[in-house]
Design a protein around this ligand. Structure first.
Ligand code: NAP
Length: 264
């Protein structure tokens, strides 16, 4: 996976070097959240490393909704900005959906707005990676555990588009049913936020591909996924250094797509 990300980044960098200006990514942040601070640092590193222009707009927690709206609208009308991200979560009292809707669809590089022309980054990153290794989607069985709007549901949609037979499971699915569906799965993606949840209780096919989306900080401070490491399968994505890298890559690809769409 690391080699794939490095290769794609090299290709993107070469492509961006030929553009007539640097594609611009603006990240709007309110307040400080340890995870958000770290994600934004990662986005800046990726963007600047690839030759994109990165703009970080930070506002204090007590910013009024009107002022924040104006800041987003300013980026929306700036021709040098191709993609805008409102870093979530926003502090309580600010309406995330209302602020997010101010981003024009053509700059919604997170792909969170209904009808966005961009795929949400985590599902896009996963599907593009699987395609790159020749995973045989057509007619195979996929189980996605977790039905969030940013990962589980859009991933199920993209896998369906790849002609997989997709089962979307969640917290109301019984353990017995989970075992039943997992036992038939050629591809399993887990995005629930519960460290090591998919353990030996759940039998898997030996040739299954496991995609671990979860990021959980253990009591020892280390990051771990939703799947217990070392399952006997064809492939298991690592945490850290797995889906997180694919998500970051997909964001950079979306910014480049946004730039290219404008040039058409
Ligand atoms: P989320 O909004 O936190 O929702 C969790 C989902 O998991 C819900 O659909 C919930 O079901 C389901 N769930 C919870 N416990 C379950 C259980 N025991 N069995 C089956 N389903 C269960 O999800 P998210 O935002 O997609 O995040 C999930 C994880 O992925 C988190 O660890 C997050 O940090 C990580 N993440 C990683 C990346 C990355 O780039 N690597 C990107 C995004 C998220 P209900 O709907 O029934 O409540």
């Amino acid at each position: 996976m690391k080699e794939y990300v490095a290769r794609r980044k090299g290709e993107l960098q070469a492509e961006i070097a030929l553009f007539d200006r640097k594609p611009g990514l603006a990240v709007v942040q309110v307040g400080h959240d340890a995870a958000s601070d770290s994600y934004i640092r990662g986005k800046r590193k990726d963007a600047e490393g690839l030759g994109l222009a990165f703009k970080h707009l930070w506002f204090p927690e007590d910013i009024g909704e009107k002022e924040l709206e104006e800041a987003v609208l300013k980026e929306a009308s700036d021709p040098s900005i191709d993609g805008i991200i409102v870093q979530l979560p926003l502090p309580k009292g600010l309406d995330e959906k209302a602020i997010g809707r101010l981003i024009p669809l053509s700059k919604d590089v997170d792909g969170f707005i209904f009808d966005s022309p961009f795929e949400p980054c985590t599902p896009k990153g996963i599907v593009d990676y699987l395609a790159s290794v020749g995973f045989p989607f057509e007619g195979k069985n996929a189980v996605v555990i977790g039905r969030s709007d940013i990962v589980g549901k859009p991933l199920a949609r993209l896998l369906t588009r790849k002609n997989m037979n997709v089962t979307l499971l969640h917290s109301r699915t019984s353990e017995e049913d989970k075992k039943f569906y997992l036992g038939h799965a050629d591809l399993v993606a887990v995005a629930i936020g519960r460290e090591g949840y998919l353990d030996g209780r759940f039998p898997l096919k030996k040739d299954a591909y496991l995609i671990d989306v979860g990021i959980n900080r253990g009591v020892d401070g280390k990051l771990r996924g939703d799947i217990l490491p070392g399952r006997e399968v064809a492939y298991q994505s690592p945490v850290p250094g797995g889906v997180g890298l694919l998500t970051r890559l997909a964001l950079m690809e979306n910014v480049c797509l946004a730039y290219k769409e404008k040039r058409k």
